[in-house]
Design a protein around this ligand. Structure first.
Ligand code: F6P
Length: 328
């Protein structure tokens, strides 16, 4: 295998707080190993357009606390095509890039897997960066902890007004295909219910739960709804409940939305990102390729891209059962 002298790092897919801390760790550990480091702007889009710039240690100064990504990000349609990937490959060769570090989620690693099959001489190591925490092969993804903290802060504020007005609130959190943000927000926000994509839920069960609470003089409540829940949109759910439950003074909907994607990363996310960024460079230098670096039981772990994208992370059913019991 060719000796690695020049590596490039990029972020792709939805941004996540902590991506900058991961970029910083990649750059600093690479420089510490006498590598030249490059940043590719806007993920695979920048790879196709040749938007590649040299990064020095000062380029990653003063970014550990910043949300978003200094390298920008994109969801690239062009990289889904063989022509797009060929163009990207030509640009990497032109810039003498020997290896890549890809920070992103499922779509990012799917692209990396295709590219690795077509151009195996350029090794790629991935870092899980998505607020959804839905990647197999890691207990936590970059940005999840910060996103949950943002959602919980919002729920705490909604609780004040819900209590004052005896209202029921449905709060929608992100998670198109995954309920991790919803479950953790529900537990730490003391919610009265949670609806997630991983669980078949029934509107009549929710109604029973809310009525039972009201009989115990629980005059307000907050239900956390994951975007991708199986019951419908948060507005439909609120309407159904409104038609059948008359124990609250009013029913309101709050969609937290992209607020969850921004903001300064939590200390947990900064440490996680630093470990993963640092480890990704180590992994490349030790000759690894086509893997995602993750954290399992406090140890770094390598998972092939193929598994990271095709296997479903086991959902913690005990935690869900506990959330339902504590919500009563
Ligand atoms: O980053 C993942 C995610 O936050 C999903 O939970 C959400 O559905 C999606 O991104 C929305 O992202 P965008 O609006 O940028 O396409």
């Amino acid at each position: 295998m060719k000796e690695i002298k020049r590596i490039a790092v990029f972020t792709s897919g939805g941004d996540a707080p902590g991506m900058n801390a991961a970029i910083r760790a990649v750059v600093r550990n690479a420089l510490n190993n006498d590598l030249h480091v490059y940043g590719i702007l806007r993920g695979y889009e920048g790879m196709i357009d040749g938007n590649i710039k040299r990064l020095e240690t000062t380029d990653v100064s003063n970014i550990i606390h910043r949300g978003g990504t200094i390298l920008k990000t994109a969801r690239s349609q062009r990289f889904l095509t063989p022509e797009g990937r060929k163009q990207a490959h030509e640009n990497l060769i032109y810039n003498d890039i020997d290896a890549l570090v890809a920070i992103g989620g499922n779509g990012t690693f799917t692209g990396a897997l295709h590219f690795s099959k077509e151009f195996p001489e350029i090794p790629i190591v991935g870092i899980p960066g998505t607020i959804d925490n839905d990647l197999f092969g890691t207990d936590f993804t970059i940005g999840f902890d910060t996103a949950v903290n943002t959602a919980v802060q919002a729920v705490d504020k909604i609780r004040d007004t819900a209590d004052s007005h005896n209202r029921l609130f449905f709060v929608e959190v992100m998670g198109r295909h995954s309920g991790y943000i919803a479950l953790h927000t529900a537990i730490s926000g003391g919610a009265g219910g949670v609806l997630i994509p991983e669980e078949e839920s029934d509107i009549s069960d929710l109604i029973k739960l809310l009525k039972r609470g009201a009989r115990r003089a629980k005059l307000f409540s907050i239900v956390i709804v994951a975007e991708g829940n199986r019951m419908g949109t948060v507005y439909d759910i609120a309407k159904h409940v409104e038609d059948q439950v008359d124990v609250f003074d009013d029913i309101k909907v709050t969609v937290i939305g992209h607020l969850q994607r921004g903001g300064s990363p939590s200390s947990f996310d900064r440490v996680l990102s630093s470990i993963l960024g640092f480890s990704a460079v180590e992994a490349l230098l030790q000759g690894n390729r086509g893997i995602m670096v993750g954290i399992k039981n406090n140890n770094t772990q390598y998972t092939p891209f193929k598994e990271a994208i095709s296997k479903t992370k086991p959902f913690n059913k005990d935690l869900l059962r506990m959330a339902h019991i504590l919500a009563q």
